[in-house]
Design a protein around this ligand. Structure first.
Ligand code: BJW
Ligand code: ZN
Length: 241
């Protein structure tokens, strides 16, 4: 099966990649829906909502600061680096990530779009100003972060029920319309609109390859579904191109 994925990529000129939390799992960053996605008995998907923030901003900020500290101490893994090498082999390449952890950029990927924002930015609820927001991972944060206008800051990420950045989505669809192959890795394929990408690709006659630890709702849709660690399978593919 790996050979088939290699053959598809070898006959392609343009590649679209969609990644999710599983790509960063081997860096030690918890995913959302696996058992390690739980934090202090809260489910990650319950905390990633505007309602959770309105109810208890201190709790939600504590979770984001905890995640920042893990990400700051983590390093990109072989899956991130394989995607850097993949980009070098194609003249047209786009990596759309649902991750907010910056690890693709830290690895060296160039053409990256973030669908769900970035954990190292915050946005003011009063004036809308977007600013960098990175904690010192060795020091506990006690106060709620505020803007220079004294408004409350929130993480500049996309929570459930919130619109995704339309420019990012439009650029992704435009790229998808003219690409040869879509490689989808480390995502459970249940969060929309990213979950629509495999089907959109298929409808557009684009070849689709999935790399995931387990079978997902995407698996029956794609041309090739490879099960295993992204940090092992992606380097094996890229080495042979
Ligand atoms: C490995 C591995 C290894 C592990 N190697 N693999 C019904 C139908 C359609 C839509 C909806 C619906 N009901 C509600 C909706 C909408 C909702 C949605 O999709 N809900 C679903 C749960 C059903 N979507 C939205 O609300 C989106 N917005 C929207 O629709 O807007 C409409 C609108 C328009 C106009 C006005 C207002 C609204 C927004 C979605 C935002 C998602 N946000 C989060 C948080 C981001 C910030 C943060 O990080 O804190 O994004 S939630 C979370 O899920 C995060 C992730 O990016 C996203 C996807 O998760 P991902 O990446 O797939 O991770 P996991 O953990 O689920 O899976 C990991 C996978 O990796 C697993 O498969 C493992 O097997 C695998 N794996 N180790 C390879 N080593
Ligand atoms: Zn402000």
């Amino acid at each position: 099966m790996i050979q088939k994925a290699i053959d598809i990529l070898k006959s392609s000129k343009s590649v679209f990649v969609l990644t999710g939390a599983g790509i960063s799992a081997e860096s030690g960053v918890p995913t959302f829906r696996d058992a390690d996605g739980l934090w202090k008995n809260y489910s990650a998907t319950d905390l990633a909502t505007p309602e959770a923030f309105a109810r208890n901003p201190a709790l939600v900020w504590e979770w984001y600061h905890w995640r920042q500290s893990i990400i700051l101490k983590a390093a990109p893994n072989p899956a991130h680096y394989a995607l850097v090498e993949l980009e070098k082999k194609f003249s047209t390449f786009l990596l759309l990530t649902q991750n907010v952890d910056n690890l693709h950029r830290r690895a060296g990927s160039q053409n990256v779009l973030e669908l769900h924002g970035n954990i190292f930015r915050a946005r003011c609820l009063s004036c809308g100003n977007v600013q960098e927001h990175t904690i010192d991972p060795d020091n506990e944060v006690n106060n709620l972060p505020t803007c220079s206008c004294s408004g409350l800051l929130r993480p500049d990420v996309v929570w459930f029920g919130e619109p995704i950045p339309q420019d990012v989505w439009q650029q992704s669809l435009t790229f998808l319309n003219q690409t040869d192959v879509a490689l989808i890795s480390g995502t459970s394929g249940i969060v929309w609109p990213a979950a629509a990408i495999p089907e959109l690709a298929k409808k557009g006659g684009i070849k689709t390859i999935e790399v995931n630890l387990e079978s997902t709702p995407i698996s029956p849709i794609v041309d090739i579904s490879l099960q295993g660690k992204a940090g092992e399978i992606l380097p094996q593919i890229v080495q042979k191109l």
